[in-house]
Design a protein around this ligand. Structure first.
Ligand code: FO1
Length: 308
């Protein structure tokens, strides 16, 4: 297998990427959403590229879903004592990643180079590429006004009604040369089972990204984030409904219209087969490393089959 590209946001996409790395190793490139990035506690936090990196490095705190397994929060606890805001935590080793990123950004390095070096230093075989080098920030309009994405998700617990989503800075963003190369060399391009609106949406919104996907010789195959008809984690259904789509795999297919050639639907999803796009049904629950590798194999087999 030559190149495989996985578009990913948080947990779902990162888990599939971890399984895919087991299957294709260094042939994998992950393109990660940076719309969730936030300046917090004096550092630049880049949740989705970091979650992907920690999953690929086998270091993620899988139960919590973010940060590093077995890590402490000593610096964060002391910062809170000193008066820092306490709603957004960073474990100590995660803070080290963010400090190093801040140091390199201040030195004028590209985010792509920084994330690449972080992933390599942590022993990751795959390439982890941020969706662009330019700053893009997802914001959510609620009845109380605009909220930074992490404020909405973590501080507000994603509870307020969603009136609008904006991607600040997206007009200035461009796919990087590394992304262009990975997409044009890919044999399969997989849209991971992440939130289509706020995890994958910003990647697709980078001007020029849809054109690169359309021009790629590889099929573009999405994996539905609905498992047994439900989303396992996060406010995916709420964002899909707020955009006027069905809270089901059919909403996902609508969001990806014109982008994907096919979709993998969970074998236990009660939704009827779609008519607008090729599909297959496979088990997609990724509860442990074996399941993640099995799902990655199944997705790749389908993406490279004659049916797509
Ligand atoms: N999620 C939380 O629910 N609470 C936190 O305090 C928190 C801190 C955090 C720090 C670094 C990081 O990379 C992720 C963090 N997350 C936290 C998760 C983050 O909000 C989400 O994983 C993504 O933005 C969604 O993909």
């Amino acid at each position: 297998m030559s190149g495989v590209v996985v578009l990913a946001g948080g947990t779902g996409g990162a888990k599939l990427a971890a399984g895919m790395q087991q299957v294709v190793g260094s042939q994998l490139t992950v393109i990660a959403n940076t719309g969730d990035d936030v300046e917090a506690l004096g550092v630049h936090v880049s949740p989705d590229p970091d979650l992907c990196t920690y999953w690929l490095a086998g270091q993620i705190d899988a139960e919590r879903g973010w940060g590093i397994a077995g890590d402490s929060f000593r610096v964060f606890e002391r910062m809170k004592e000193l008066g820092a805001p306490g709603w957004f935590g960073l474990s100590d080793l995660d803070l080290a990643t963010c400090l190093e990123r801040r140091r390199r950004l201040d030195a004028g390095d590209r985010l792509t180079a920084i994330q690449g070096d972080i992933a390599r230093a942590l022993g990751v075989e795959a390439a982890v590429l941020p969706m662009c080098d330019e700053p893009v920030r997802t914001r959510v309009r609620t009845p109380d006004g605009w909220r930074e994405f992490q404020e909405f998700l973590v501080h507000d617990g994603a509870a307020p009604p969603i009136e609008e989503v904006a991607l600040d800075g997206i007009e200035e963003a461009r796919p990087t040369p590394e992304i262009e190369t990975a997409l044009s060399n890919a044999e399969a391009i997989i849209v991971g089972p992440s939130n289509p609106m706020i995890s994958i949406g910003p990647i697709l919104a980078v001007p020029g990204m849809r054109e690169l996907l359309a021009a790629a010789r590889a099929p573009v195959v999405a994996v539905s984030p609905y498992v047994g008809g439900e989303v396992i984690k996060g406010p995916t259904g709420k964002f899909i409904s707020a955009a006027g789509h069905a809270d089901s795999v059919h909403g996902v297919i609508n969001v990806y219209a014109g982008v994907i050639d096919a979709i993998v639907i969970d074998a236990g999803d009660p939704a009827p087969d779609p008519e607008s796009v090729a599909s297959t049904r496979r088990p997609t629950l990724m509860s442990d490393a074996d399941a993640r590798t099995r799902v990655a194999h199944a997705v790749l087999d389908y993406a490279t089959s004659d049916g797509v």
